[in-house]
Design a protein around this ligand. Structure first.
Ligand code: S5P
Length: 274
């Protein structure tokens, strides 16, 4: 699978999507391709993590449906910290339903995801309609967030026995290429063969690879989660590495985050030099 060996700033300059441009620039400025997966069940813990680790990350990934006291304070707090520390917010909602339902889950509802999440992900298990549905909401002329919202397709999963392989993964790539411009990349364990060797001639399809299942110390857990190291992930084509428990359950999460940041960044520098 080919992976991009181009520096983030080059990809920022040639990318057609504002969110991808922003993300590449943040990565370059902060020397970080790290995303923290902040799977906390209360607002205070979530915001404290964002404030402590904010300086070392490019993106803060949430599962707000596990936050028992989710509300105005959560939304305002997240937005404020994103501005303070210059990171994007990714709600790992994994939409998987018919388009009409997904529109209601994304926009409004209890979680108001379209209002605060720069990035969301979706599984096109039911086909392209669900991607179209999100794109409709995003590109709606009355939307105050037009161009500022992006979508990732869940192309692979890290868990043992995952069914998100082969044809399903290939279909994700096809859908990303065929649909309008909101899809900026994939959640995948490695490069999916979509990287363009030379963006100076064509920058249409520079899809970003976001990789979960990243952990320096562990290889997996009893519920089937499987891990790779930051270095292995980036070497394999990951553009942004996502780590949760490997960081937030460690004794000193700030030092651990810095370690993941360093390892991810060094691997990126090695890749673009190769
Ligand atoms: O295939 C996947 C896709 C995702 S988005 N495997 C995953 O583990 N995830 C998410 O990444 C998962 O929902 C969790 O929020 C995070 C992994 O957390 P960790 O604590 O195992 O690093």
């Amino acid at each position: 699978a080919s992976k991009s060996t181009l520096p983030y700033h080059v990809r920022a300059d040639s990318h057609q999507h504002l969110v991808a441009q922003k993300l590449f620039r943040i990565a370059e400025q902060k020397k970080s391709n790290l995303i923290i997966s902040a799977d906390f069940s209360d607002t205070d813990s979530l915001l404290q993590c964002a404030d402590e680790l904010g300086p070392y990350i490019a993106v803060f990934k949430t599962h707000v449906d596990i936050v028992h006291d989710f509300g105005e304070k959560t939304v305002v707090g997240l937005k404020k910290l994103a501005a303070k520390h210059n990171f994007l917010i990714f709600e790992d909602r994994k939409f998987v339903d018919i388009g009409s339902t997904v529109q209601k889950q994304y926009h409004g509802g209890a979680l108001r995801i379209s209002e605060w999440a720069d990035i969301v992900n979706v599984s096109p298990l039911g086909g392209w309609g669900v991607v179209e549905a999100l794109e409709q909401v995003i590109s709606n002329e009355t939307s105050p967030y037009r161009d500022e919202r992006a979508v990732l397709l869940l192309a692979e999963m890290t868990t043992a026995g995952s069914l998100a392989t082969g044809k399903y993964t290939q279909k994700c790539i096809e859908i990303a290429k065929q649909r309008g411009g909101a899809v900026i990349g994939f959640v995948a364990t490695e490069a999916l063969g979509t990287a363009e060797p030379d963006l100076t001639t064509t920058a249409k399809e520079d899809f970003l690879i976001f990789t979960t299942g990243v952990n320096i110390c562990q290889s997996g857990n009893i519920l089937g989660q499987q891990y790779q190291t930051p270095e292995a992930a980036v070497r394999g084509g990951s553009d942004f590495i996502i780590a949760g428990r490997g960081i937030y359950t460690s004794e000193n999460r700030v030092e651990t985050a810095k370690q993941y940041q360093r390892e991810g960044w060094n691997a990126y520098e090695a890749r673009i030099a190769s």
